[in-house]
Design a binder for this molecule. Sequence first.
Ligand SMILES: NC(=O)c1ccc[n+]([C@@H]2O[C@H](COP(=O)([O-])OP(=O)(O)OC[C@H]3O[C@@H](n4cnc5c(N)ncnc54)[C@H](O)[C@@H]3O)[C@@H](O)[C@H]2O)c1
Ligand SMILES: O=C(O)C(=O)C[C@]1(C(=O)O)C=C[C@@H](O)C=C1
Length: 298
Amino acid sequence: MTEIATKPLFQRLALVGAGLIGSSIAHAARRGNLAGHIAITTRSPDTLKRVRELGFADSVHDDIASAVAGADLVILCVPVGACGRVAEAMKPHLAPGAIVSDVGSVKQAVIRDMLPHIPAEVHFVPGHPIAGTEHSGPDSGFAELFDGRWCILTPLPDGDANAAARLRAFWEAAGSTVTEMEAEHHDKVLAITSHLPHLIAYTIVGTAVDLEESTKNEVIKFSAGGFRDFTRIAASDPVMWRDVFLNNREAVLEMLQRFSEDLSYLQRAIRWGEGDKLEEMFTRTRAIRRGIIAAKQA
Ligand SMILES: NC(=O)c1ccc[n+]([C@@H]2O[C@H](COP(=O)([O-])OP(=O)(O)OC[C@H]3O[C@@H](n4cnc5c(N)ncnc54)[C@H](O)[C@@H]3O)[C@@H](O)[C@H]2O)c1
Ligand SMILES: O=C(O)C(=O)C[C@]1(C(=O)O)C=C[C@@H](O)C=C1
């Protein structure tokens, strides 16, 4: 159970981007009384209209200047490739002492793109909630998204410790368990735990779709269990994931190289009938799954 704060942690929370993550933060902030006022802005007029209809913000702005003005916490919830441009646009309107954060799935590229646009008297604390779904847009958000999930902060080495502590308190009150990491390490870890699995899902579903017509029909008809899980992941937002791969190129390519080598090893074992090698690998991976479940129950 998450607690409801008696006094809001922030006076005015400004969210830039009202998709799955932006709208979920608004819902979670409302649920926990985390902000005295929730202001939202986003790029498309259709999304702005929908956010007004859904009513999860106190004010909805068609310009970034009025949304971030007077905010003591600003969180960018846009695709990682757009973070630099958004930071540049909001720079002149940020209040001194404000905390600026983001939720991008990649950290080094976001820091590289945003940092030049952060005024000296504003505190930049990058972040990444490890929580999501395959859905996008303002209708997809919900208050419970972050409950029991990790949120990784990657504070800058010379950043303000008090600002990081305040952002940590915000995410904890939103239901998350917060940890800190260096941005480079974050990008490596997420490349294998999140980015590569998405790339594999996109590939396997694409391969199935490219099969000749008769087989394809069978794939759809009998898609249960394993393949269905891949189709869920492969339904994730194309723009978001395009930006993730373009902005975490080095780490993803490194993990992809290692993955390809391991796949070739299994391919060889199948070709030469080396059942012991297959069994040994599958036994190791089963133990990992069981370890994850046991850790969750502990
Ligand atoms: N979806 C997930 O599972 C997940 C999980 C954790 C973090 N993230 C990160 O959160 C961020 C947002 O992802 P999402 O899932 O909410 O995506 P989404 O597609 O649901 O929403 C993106 C929002 O950003 C807006 N937008 C796009 N470009 C913009 C710009 N230049 N200026 C202003 N608004 C702009 C869109 O209109 C939309 O409202 C991404 O950086 C992503 O890497 C996503
Ligand atoms: O649960 C899902 O659908 C997700 O893909 C969430 C997921 C992940 O890979 O775990 C996706 C991207 C993020 O940056 C963080 C979380």
